[in-house]
Design a protein around this ligand. Sequence first.
Ligand code: FAD
Ligand code: FES
Length: 255
Amino acid sequence: MKRRETGIVTEYAQLTDDIFRLVVRCEAAMSAVPGQFCNLYMKDSGHLLPRPISICHIDTKASELTFVYRVVGEGTKAFSKLDTGATIDLLGPLGNGFTPIDAVHPVLVGGGVGVPPMLGLAQAMEGKCTVVLGYRTAETFLLEEFEKTGATVVIATDDGSHGTHGTVVDAIRENDIDLDVIYSCGPKPMLRALKALAEEKNIPCYVSMEERMACGVGACLGCVCETKDVDDHSKVHNKRICKDGPVFEAREVIL
Ligand SMILES: Cc1cc2nc3c(=O)[nH]c(=O)nc-3n(C[C@H](O)[C@H](O)[C@H](O)COP(=O)(O)OP(=O)(O)OC[C@H]3O[C@@H](n4cnc5c(N)ncnc54)[C@H](O)[C@@H]3O)c2cc1C
Ligand code: FES
């Protein structure tokens, strides 16, 4: 049973206009794997629901987790005001994370706020992978950290100001990237396009879904996604993203 704990902010940085990095010393770091997430709580007792944020980097030596997030509303705005030395309540690590399979040409794909969780996976793979990152503009984030892993890094931007002008799938095709398994996190249309690409190439594709959540621990069914098979437990075509995911084999879920 995971327990809510109080972590200490050991580092804080603003990476772009609206993207922030928070490093938190916490017990959760000792058992986390790439692709899992934590529920972060706001101090204001008026906001009881936590905000799920993916684990970007795991440092077991320092017992620290790094989170990288975009400010979109009250919760993420409150986190962006925390500074070094502040405390933050969190619950985690939650969800199932990525399980790398044997492959010659693994390709990691991140889009928007789906970029951060792919860093931990690239680090766990010691850079033996190709990373394709999709951003809105040339105002990228975490690029240096991905390059440091030794992975080949390819960029796509919506406005064409850096790398391929278009989607991550356009970048894969334009750069003729070899691939025999895809690991991905990002907006649904991106995951849908990667699922179609994987079907075309007949390769496995793992998608991490960052849908809206409520409890984040499997209790409220507020985060179900439609699945191909009937769930053993509920007997319906549904799975809970927070508990059964957020990572699924793309063929399992209807995107
Ligand atoms: C498993 C998981 C991992 C996540 N990891 C990250 C991460 O690493 N970095 C990051 O920046 N964000 C991540 N998110 C999204 C993040 O949880 C939301 O952006 C956050 O909860 C918004 O809280 P808020 O109080 O700031 O905004 P709110 O006031 O709750 O919402 C502000 C606006 O954002 C929209 N919104 C809120 N949540 C989501 C969502 N999940 N998807 C799309 N739109 C949403 C709302 O509809 C609203 O328009 C993740 C979500 C999940 C489920
Ligand atoms: S958010 Fe409550 S079951 Fe997933």
